[in-house]
Design a protein around this ligand. Structure first.
Ligand code: MG
Ligand code: MG
Length: 305
């Protein structure tokens, strides 16, 4: 196993991990939506350990149904792939179209930002003290895949996509850090390189310190990332990382989808429990798969090859 890690995965391996990243968002969302807004004690009492995609939750979802976390991630991916290049307009257009369809769940900051775009065509929300929610971080995975091979490009694009709705330094920093971790996972980097990205974030913004974090798992991007990092770095497989995350309750669909993205990049497609994949809608599976491959092919690592 360690010998295999020494050389980075080839194109097929990277596409596999990119698929796992986007599927990770969807299965983490579908699993976590059940326990969203519950406390860990309530989850324990009701499920023991929650590890099956059964739907329900406050949104009364059917099993396998996904929410805004996956839907907005799809908007970002479709915007990039559909326009064939980096352009915020096509991404924001898809957000607007999505919001116009009255989604079951939409965060307040996302709604405000999208409505401003719809009214004024504004692609950057004004700086907002309340803008440190996790709504931009939850949809950063496609940007990480698209900018693969260029961490500086990633830093710029991750912030640009974030600011369509969220304009706050902690959200910006979280998006860059998550994107960097996903990219390193996709490239087969050793776990310490992923940890380094999380530690750099905590060094710049000590709020994000995550060692032995057992506080709230809320929609505040700091709580969200501390929850996800704690789970990711204290487990050694996809399933346990996501299970540990969503059993913390709180904003569990969002923490679940972020954990799924990082763990997908790190562990690859085969590591995702088959029963979770099968719970997803077949059309969604097909689209996630095609988008992941298209994003990889457009990345600096592969474009023109
Ligand atoms: Mg959601
Ligand atoms: Mg949520």
């Amino acid at each position: 196993m360690s010998a295999a890690r020494k050389s980075p995965p080839g194109a097929a391996g990277i596409v596999d991990r990119a698929r796992a990243t986007l599927f990770g968002v969807a299965v983490g969302d579908a699993l976590g939506a059940t326990t969203e807004f519950m406390t860990p004690a309530e989850i324990r009492e009701r499920y023991g350990v929650h590890r099956e995609i059964v739907g329900g939750g406050w949104l009364k979802l059917s099993p396998g149904q996904v929410t805004d976390d996956t839907e907005m991630t799809l908007c970002v991916a479709r915007g990039i792939v559909g326009s064939g290049r980096w352009s915020l307009g096509p991404i924001a257009d898809r957000f607007a179209q999505w919001l116009s369809g009255n989604p079951a769940d939409v965060g307040g900051t996302c709604r405000r930002g999208i409505e401003e775009f719809m009214e004024k065509g504004q692609l950057e929300a004004p700086h907002d003290e309340r803008g440190a929610g996790n709504g931009a971080a939850m949809r950063v995975a496609p940007v990480a895949i698209y900018a693969l091979g260029d961490e500086e490009l990633l830093s710029r694009l991750a912030v640009e996509q974030a600011r369509i709705t969220h304009h706050h330094p902690l959200s910006d920093a979280a998006c860059v850090s998550l994107g960097t971790m996903i990219q390193r996972g996709l490239l087969g980097a050793p776990p310490r390189d992923l940890r380094e990205a999380a530690e750099e974030l905590a060094a710049r913004h000590p709020e994000f310190r995550f060692e032995k974090y057992d506080g709230e798992s809320s929609g505040y991007v700091v709580d969200t990332l501390r929850t996800v990092f704690d789970a990711f770095f204290s487990t050694d497989c996809f399933e346990e990382c996501v299970v540990r995350t969503v059993n913390r309750g709180g904003d569990a669909d969002t923490t679940g989808s972020i954990a799924g993205a990082i763990a997908g990049a790190r562990y690859g497609f085969d590591a995702i429990p088959r029963r979770w994949l099968q719970a997803l809608d077949p059309d969604l599976r097909g689209e996630l798969s095609a988008l992941a491959e298209a994003l990889v092919r457009k990345s600096p690592l592969f474009a023109g090859t």
